[in-house]
Every structure is written in structure tokens, then in C-alpha cells.
Design a binder for this molecule. Sequence first.
Ligand code: ZN
Length: 84
Amino acid sequence: MSRKFEGFANDAEYHTNPHYKRGCGVGVLLAGLSEADRTEVQAALDRPELSAVGIAQALKSRGVTGITAGIIGYHRRGACACGQ
Ligand SMILES: [Zn+2]
């Protein structure tokens, strides 16, 4: 049987370390876009009437996977590492 928690403390340390903070999925996405595209996506994020679920679906329809409504919510509230 493999040891599921081998090196667990090292993992926790890695995730705790400040240099790990490189932004959430939304921040990483925005950083990788052209300025025009980034403005477009940011405009949607800045409109409170657009739901996080709706934005996540719209991203998915453009081929962006792995960004959930939860991550978008965190990013909008500034609860992610992007602004730190
Ligand atoms: Zn973020």
C-alpha cells in the first residue's frame, strides 16, 4: 500500500510559502491574454449583474476550462492571491 501522506508537511509548506502566490486561475488567464482580450474579460468581471456562473460558462464556450464560478467569485471579492 502506498503512503498517501508521505511528504505531506513539505506539500503544506509549499502551499503556504508566499512565493507560491501567483494569482488564481482568473489572474493567470488575464495575464496570458492580449490587452484587447483582457479588457474584454475584465469588463465582464466588473459588471456585478453578470453572474460568476454565467461568466464561467461563457469562458468555457470560448474553450477556457478549469475556471469555476467559485474561483471567479473569489477573484471578484479580492479573496485570491492576485492583488497581494
Ligand atoms: Zn484572482
